[in-house]
Design a protein around this ligand. Structure first.
Ligand code: AQP
Length: 332
């Protein structure tokens, strides 16, 4: 039976060890949506191959990402957790939608520009059409809400354009989704270059705090974080390093910016950075413990994958056959 609640969809690529950017901008917020929405949380392995992956690593990370979803509080009974490549409808709808997406629109995507600069030896067509696959992920489930970090907002807007264009020709097909971007944690920046977002594939380990980094590593990375001249803990555009750390501390402690500034007034950067590291490590500790327990139980994770793939295929199959019918394909 179809659940009557509004639908929410989000995904994370198993393209590296997840960072506190992925945690604060996405995965750590997911559990809060489970009551209000029918939630689909996907491990988007098809997106991950837009950059070269070592097959054994991709397979391992797919299990790890699923385990992290659960360790971050997602109840497998209340949410549909699944792996994208287990539901072939994603790739099939993506092809159809690519015929309703303009070359010019894709050329304007800033993530394509960033990633093609970073992977200049492998600017493949998948990297370019990635947002169409993301539109397919969302539209297949009639999702009205898509929680993402602010880096993905442009892709959700493109999804809206594609849905509206398709609906114009074939009314009442897709639900036009809205991005759900949190006011805090939406854009966590690199600890080494605070004008760049923190990315799991950043080759500089000191730039990135991973959800699975142990306590000492977390604290050491924050102690090494690039700060700005002066020694005042103040949120300001001319202090991007310190502002990023204030954001992170505020997300992990629930304190607002003004009270963080007051707390560290006159104390200097060293003390502040240690406190950020400790707050982060305290929050990650229970997630890490639960993650370890889950990862040791592969049969359980495979059961979750199978159940998720069945549920997701049911919803996705209904939408795909509706689209096929509308555009004139013969449904047997
Ligand atoms: N730095 C960030 N701050 C806040 N949110 C972030 N997200 C990613 N980085 C930050 C959010 O995490 C979700 C999953 O992201 P993804 O795995 O689909 O890919 P991405 O956006 O490309 O993330 P990365 O870490 O930068 O991956 P790589 O290095 O593989 O490209 C999304 O909701 C994203 O907004």
């Amino acid at each position: 039976m179809i659940d009557p609640r509004p639908v929410l969809f989000s995904g994370v690529q198993p393209s590296g060890n997840l960072t506190i950017g992925n945690y604060l901008g996405a995965i750590g917020r997911f559990a809060e949506f489970s009551e209000k929405y029918k939630c689909f949380y996907c491990v988007v392995d098809e997106h991950a191959i837009t950059v070269r992956q070592v097959p054994a690593d991709l397979r391992r990370r797919t299990y790890e990402t699923l385990a992290l979803y659960i360790a971050c509080g997602l109840d497998v009974e209340k949410n549909t957790l699944f792996v994208q490549s287990h539901v072939p409808a994603h790739a099939e709808l993506a092809w159809i939608l690519s015929c309703y997406t303009m070359f010019g629109e894709l050329s304007r995507m800033t993530q394509f520009k960033d990633k093609s600069a970073r992977h200049s030896d492998n600017i493949n067509a998948g990297l370019f059409t990635y947002p169409v696959l993301m539109a397919s992920d969302i539209l297949l489930y009639r999702a009205s809400a898509v929680p993402v970090g602010s880096d993905q907002k442009q892709h959700v807007e493109l999804t809206r354009n594609i849905a509206q264009r398709f609906n114009q020709q074939f009314p009442d097909t897709f639900v036009v989704p809205e991005p759900v971007i949190s006011t805090s944690g939406a854009r966590i920046m690199s600890l080494a270059e605070p004008d760049k977002k923190m990315s799991k594939s950043d080759p500089n380990e000191n730039a990135v705090v991973r959800i699975l980094d142990d306590r000492d590593t977390v604290i050491r990375k924050f102690r090494r974080a690039v700060t700005d001249s002066g020694n005042e803990v103040r949120y300001s555009p001319d202090k991007p390093g310190v502002s990023n750390l204030i954001d992170i501390y505020s997300c992990f402690t629930g304190k607002d910016v003004a009270s963080v500034e007051r707390e560290f007034d006159g104390l200097g950067y060293a003390e502040f950075k240690t406190a950020v590291g400790e707050a982060c490590a305290d929050r990650l500790a229970p997630v890490q413990a639960e993650y370890k327990r889950l990862l040791a139980d592969r049969p359980y994770l495979e059961e979750v994958m199978k159940k998720g793939a069945e549920e997701a295929s049911y919803y996705a199959g209904r939408m795909l056959s509706k689209v096929r019918r509308k555009i004139g394909f013969v449904n047997l």
